[in-house]
Write a protein that binds this ligand. Structure first.
Ligand code: PLP
Length: 366
């Protein structure tokens, strides 16, 4: 029986049908979120394997709340806190789980959650299971958020934003941080696309804006992008982390993050911190290329290029694929109208990036 025939047919008709295509690892990757090309780093891989094999166990075996919390986890949490100026850290299964954990546990009945309308699907999904009032505010609009916070009578106000927006590529408006602080709101910043990409030390948006971390600030990140590994983390005050350990279901009821991924993430963190200057130079060069050949200013490493239609976006993606180059063709409902999402990641040549930018530029809606 084909229970979902009608729905699948509708998706195909709207050019919104999705498929997984097994990756050809020999091609040019301008689509993945492996911003610093660390997913290719053999020295990081080898160091990870060597350290891991010196332990008696190589798997977490249980939830952190049973006996799955390993010294490898604790060491990485400590390193993340030191690097980012937070009091305490909590590693968990993925960035997706981290957003679910945060929103589901923190937003209680009587609270109001203010979430940027362009926030990632993980946060939007979480808003469906909470009893708190949820309000979406206009993308990156400090004035709108301020009006809402001023009028709020909630027990706690919680503001949820991204450091760099995954599908727009723009930076969090700094005023939003000031407004959240001014109104005493809890501020959750998803740094999935900013950690490892912006800031003098490449630690993300707090680093870029020189924000002194306070007790209302929560940083969430993933190891699956610039860190070239897999997993998620939350950094916050001791008080908030203690509460999450007691209430966040993806922490309590899931096996702790794999020790391999944790160690690989730790190696990546050390690498990023010790190579921040050269990595920043590499990032800047790619920004200049994308600006020159595509006319797009990238504050991070994401170029979101507007394209006329779903069909045209797919055409561009397929034409570039024939050249051995992968870019993302992102269509509704992920975005309002189709874009080509080009990731100017390290590890690919300037020449291939220039070629791709020139090609896409012919189709860009200006
Ligand atoms: C903004 C944002 N937050 C969270 C996530 C989820 O992170 P992870 O891939 O580690 O589950 C993603 C991943 O696509 C993302 O783009």
């Amino acid at each position: 029986m084909h229970f979902y025939e009608h729905e699948l047919r509708a998706l195909k008709r709207a050019n919104r049908f999705r498929e997984r295509i097994c990756r050809d690892d020999t091609g040019v990757d301008l689509a993945s979120n492996d911003y610093l090309a660390l997913a290719h780093s053999k020295p990081l891989l080898e160091a990870t394997c060597k350290i891991l094999s010196s332990y008696r166990t190589h798997a977490p075996k249980a939830s952190m709340l049973v006996n799955g919390y390993h010294p490898i986890h604790r060491a990485f949490e400590k390193a993340l806190c030191e690097a980012n100026g937070f009091e305490e850290g909590l590693i968990l299964g993925s960035g997706f789980s981290a957003n679910l954990a945060l929103i589901e546990a923190l937003a209680r009945r009587g609270d109001t959650l203010f979430i940027d309308e362009k926030f990632h699907a993980s946060g939007m999904l979480a808003t469906r299971v909470i009893e708190a009032n949820t309000v979406r505010f206009e993308h990156n609009c400090a004035e709108h958020l301020e009006r809402l916070l001023k009028a709020s009578t909630a027990t706690r106000n919680i503001v949820v934003v991204e450091g760099v927006y995954s599908m727009q590529g723009d930076l969090l408006n700094r005023e939003i941080i000031d407004i959240a602080n001014h109104y005493g709101a809890i501020l959750i910043v998803d740094e999935a696309h900013s950690s490892g990409v912006v800031g003098a030390r490449l630690m993300g948006i707090f680093d870029l804006y020189g924000i002194t971390v306070a007790s209302n600030h929560i940083k969430m990140g993933t190891l699956g992008k610039a860190y070239g590994s897999f997993g998620g983390y939350i950094l916050a005050s001791h008080h908030i982390i203690t509460y999450l350990i007691n209430r966040a279901k993806p922490v309590i009821y899931a096996t702790a993050l794999s020790l391999f991924d944790t160690l690989l993430g730790h190696q990546a963190l050390q690498y990023i911190l010790s190579h921040a200057q050269i990595l920043n130079e590499e990032i800047d060069r790619r920004r200049r290329i994308v600006c020159e050949y595509l006319g797009v200013e990238m504050p991070a490493l994401i170029a979101a290029v507007p394209i006329g239609s779903n069909t045209e976006a797919l055409h561009i993606k397929e034409a570039l694929q024939r050249e051995g180059i992968t870019v993302g063709a992102i269509r509704p409902p992920t975005v309002d109208t189709a874009i080509i999402r080009l990731i100017a990641r390290l590890g690919e040549s300037d020449e291939r990036l220039q070629f791709t930018c020139k090609f896409i530029n012919n189709f860009q809606v200006k």
